[in-house]
Structure formats: C-alpha cells, structure tokens
Design a protein around this ligand. Structure first.
Ligand SMILES: [Zn+2]
Length: 280
C-alpha cells in the first residue's frame, strides 16, 4: 500500500491542461497563482511514485457545455494500464450526450475505471435534476462512487460571464437531494465547498452516503468548523485530495501537518477512508 491515496488528480498532460481546459487555462492559472506544468504520462507517474501516493486520475467530458475536447475514459484507462502502481482511474460522462449511461457502463465494466467524476458548473447541469437520474442509478448499480465538484471554482474565474460556469450548480444542498434519492450511492463532494462550508457540513452530518475530499485548498485555509468536524464526527468520510497539478503533495501534506491532527485521523484521511470507499 502507498502512504496515501490522492482521490482528486487531473492529468498534467496536454489532454487536460491544454485540451479540456482550453480557454479556461490562463484565467485558472491566475486564480490559483500558478502555472500549470505539462508532463508526459510517464513523467507524471514518476511524480506520484516518488511521493509514494496512489493518484485517482480523473477523466473529463464537458464537451457539450464548453466546446472543449474531453479527456477520454480510454485515455485515463491507458494511463492506469501503463502505471498501475501509480494510478487508479475515474470516468467522466457528458450528461448532455445520449450515450452517457452506456459510456459509463463501458468505462467501468470494460475499462476498469472505479468511479465517476462530474462537474456541474463546467458540464452545465444541476445535481438534483431528474434528467440525471439514469446516470446516478447506473453508478449506484455498478457500485462505484460519484465524485462531484462543490463550491466555487477556478474554471471561468475572471472571464466574461465566468466563462459560462454558474456557481449555484455547485451548492452542496443540491447534493443533499441526490443523496436522498440515491441512498446506496456513495457521493464524494469535491473540495471544501466555500462559500457553502456550513451547508456542506450539514449535508455530511445528515446523509451517511456523502463524503468530502479536501482537495483544491491548502489545509492552512480550511475553515475552523471544517477542521473541527474532520477531527470529530466526520473523520470516517474525509478523503485526501490535492487537485493536482494545482497543488502538489508536498504543499498539501506540509500544510496538513500544521493542523496537528491525531495520527489515527491522519491515517483515515490519507489512506483508510479511500481504501474503504474504493473497496481496495
Ligand atoms: Zn479538480
């Protein structure tokens, strides 16, 4: 076993950094005060191997809403096949494409991907929209978790009209409805969901099939109430994630250490909870 499983990893390859991000890239880089690296798959795998972190690589298909090409499920499956010691993969499907359900089944059954990643703002859907029910039902019956973006986003930040990304679609209260309608579906809310941190914590406390990944924010910037809940009643449904390449493992883990979490909580967050969620 690696020392940690990072459940939120974007491929720092041309396919995502340049292709799927498209015109969002420069504004996003400004928002995160960083410049995105471009690696080959092999270089990226070496980064994860050196850090002793297993990365959950995320596919990305927001083609209908953004016009940008997807990071395909086949691409992610190829990365995992080439570097099974460094990566696991999550699928993505564009909910506006008529083959979304069929593609999800193919990605899991034939490509071996282990979850579904969705981004309501970038993909242009509301998590509580009943039109999405067939996708959630399929994920539930396949027994895979759904990782779904919550809170604000760097995508479209500073662009005219926010690049067409509506923030309200990432309100965690919309996940509450999903968790109610699909009680056997494990739903991971990606990121501390600022400006709805309290709402997110309320959903987590109320719906036992919801989880949070801590990616996209330095632990130094976590709200005090989030830190308290991680230490307390939510410690079994909290997952380490970086949102790589926006944050590196060293940055995130270094800041985490300053929180002085009990070792047992750190073990759950870095490894134990993800191992359980993914059935490893
Ligand atoms: Zn992300």
């Amino acid at each position: 076993m690696p020392r940690a499983i990072d459940v939120h990893v974007h491929p720092s390859t041309r396919e995502w950094v340049d292709g799927a991000m498209g015109e969002f890239r420069p504004a996003c880089e400004d928002y995160f005060h960083t410049r995105l690296p471009e690696h080959s798959v092999d270089e990226m795998a070496a980064v994860f191997r050196a850090a002793d972190v297993l990365g959950v690589l995320l596919a990305w298909d927001a083609e209908t809403h953004t016009g940008n090409p997807p990071v395909s499920n086949d691409f992610v499956a190829g990365c995992v096949a080439a570097h099974p010691d460094a990566f696991l993969g999550f699928a993505s499907v564009d909910p506006h494409k008529s083959d979304a359900v069929v593609e999800l089944e193919r990605a899991v059954r034939f490509l071996g991907l282990r979850g579904l990643k969705m981004h309501p703002g970038a993909q242009g859907f509301s998590p509580d929209d009943r039109a999405l029910a067939p996708i959630w039902e399929t994920a539930q019956s396949l027994g895979i978790p759904v990782l779904i973006h919550t809170g604000t986003t760097g995508l479209g930040a500073g662009m005219p009209g926010g690049g067409g990304v509506a923030l309200g679609l990432s309100n965690p209260m919309l996940i509450d409805r999903m968790a109610l309608d699909f009680p056997d579906l494990q739903i991971v809310m990606a990121h501390p969901a600022w400006p709805w941190q309290d709402e997110q914590l309320a959903v987590l406390a109320h719906k036992p099939n919801t989880w949070i990944d801590l990616s996209g924010w330095s632990p130094k910037r976590f709200a005090p109430e989030l830190v308290r809940e991680i230490r307390g009643r939510l410690q079994d449904r909290v997952l380490f994630g970086t949102d790589y390449p926006f944050l590196t493992h060293e940055q995130w883990l270094g800041a985490w250490a300053t929180l002085d979490m009990p070792d047992a909580v750190t073990e759950k967050v870095l490894l134990g909870n993800a191992t359980r969620l993914l059935g490893l």
